[in-house]
Design a binder for this molecule. Structure first.
Ligand SMILES: Cc1ncc(COP(=O)(O)O)c(C=O)c1O
Length: 360
């Protein structure tokens, strides 16, 4: 049996392997040269996602990071400010790309469960004085990864976007997991997309494709993003090979995200029963566990889990993350719960044995 068949890998929803049906779709893809504008499968994917999002155009990109960074590059001038949630992926995990790729200044504000308060826009504006940087772009994230896969409510995004527009600012939505937000809330992708100038969505996370993300927006902006993508080395040739996997994911892997959400709840219920830990209630496919008991060391838990064939990741000094996805079934969830309970018990026991002993 292959390693992937025996390991319950909850580190991320990016670890999925293409299913046999997806591999067939890849093998049979009709391809051309996308840089020359004639890869039919790449064109079909961009057309289909633009329509799904109710926007004029779309651009296929190799990664969510490139999609986010292109959106920023196309909507600010060097020296402009970008308003970001303090725990957003763009601020936390994109290597200062706002500055490095676009010459922008990150203005970060703490949100609530990932949602920015629209009042923070007014507070961030500093007037026309020539000393000041100009706030040009507001970025939101949905679902919000570091807020535990929280769904930022549509109404909250609407109010944020309205406040941004009232001041002539653009809005970008990092929707790496917008599919999860849509399935969990029942709100169609196009309703979220209507609130932003640009939206980035990933196929390589819950949808289970090996590679690929997409940026949607109006035709002129996507044209500029296409040029910038080429300059950044992201022009791909027989891109239909990748796009076929994404089209297959759109056909077969969107509705099933509800199974991932159900399994995340099952994981959370199992983890909650373990003494000394608390769980941040999941809304989608991400479960955060906080090791409240100081005698349970995160690295010891992760090591013990790994020895039972279960992988999770550390997300803060005392916080672990588990994400459900296409390659985790009900049996995997049950195994992870048992392994987690045992790992916490063993870690607590170990720390008591290791604790310095006083004079007897
Ligand atoms: C919210 C969010 N945005 C963007 C990204 C970046 O995607 P990629 O890893 O494809 O660059 C991620 C990756 O996990 C993410 O979680």
């Amino acid at each position: 049996m292959s390693e992937s068949a025996t390991i319950v890998d909850l580190r991320s929803d990016t670890v999925t392997r293409p299913t046999p049906a997806m591999r067939r779709a890849i093998a049979e893809a009709e391809v051309g040269d996308d840089v020359l504008g004639d890869d039919p499968t790449g064109i079909e994917l961009e057309r289909r996602v633009a329509a799904l999002a109710g926007r004029e155009a779309a651009l296929f990109v190799p990664s969510g990071t490139m999609g986010n960074q292109l959106a920023i590059r196309c909507q600010i001038e060097p020296g402009d400010e970008v308003l970001l949630e303090a725990e957003s992926h763009i601020f936390f995990y994109e290597q200062g790309g706002v500055a490095a790729n676009s010459g922008g200044l990150a203005h970060v504000v703490k949100g609530t469960r990932g949602a920015l308060d629209p009042a923070c826009i007014e507070a961030a504006l500093r007037g026309e004085d020539d000393h000041n940087a100009r706030l040009a772009l507001v970025c939101a994230e949905n679902t919000h990864n570091r807020a535990g896969g929280a769904v930022v409510p549509l109404e909250s995004l609407r109010l944020l976007a309205a406040a941004a527009r009232a001041h002539g600012l653009s809005v970008h939505l990092d929707g790496a997991r917008l599919w999860n937000a849509s399935v969990a809330s029942g709100v169609p992708i196009r309703d979220w997309a209507a609130e932003a100038d640009t939206v980035m969505m990933c196929f390589s996370k819950g949808l289970g494709a090996p590679v690929g993300s997409i940026l949607v927006g109006d035709a002129a902006l996507i044209r500029r993003a296409r040029r910038a993508r080429k300059r950044w080395g992201g022009g791909m040739r027989q891109v239909g090979i990748l796009a076929a996997a994404c089209l297959h994911a759109l056909d077969h892997h969107v509705d099933r995200l509800a199974d991932d959400h159900r399994r995340a709840h099952a994981l959370a219920r199992g983890f909650e029963r373990v003494a000394g830990v608390s769980v941040i209630a999941p809304e989608t496919n991400i479960v955060f566990v906080v090791l409240d008991d100081p005698s349970i060391a995160p690295d010891a838990v992760l090591r013990s889990l790994a020895s039972s064939g279960v992988r999770m990741s550390q997300y803060g000094p005392r916080r672990l993350r588990a994400i459900t996805h296409l390659d985790v079934d009900d049996a995997g969830v049950a195994r992870a719960v048992v392994a987690f309970e045992e790992a916490c018990r063993a870690a607590a026991r170990g720390s008591r044995v290791d604790a310095p002993q006083g004079p007897c």
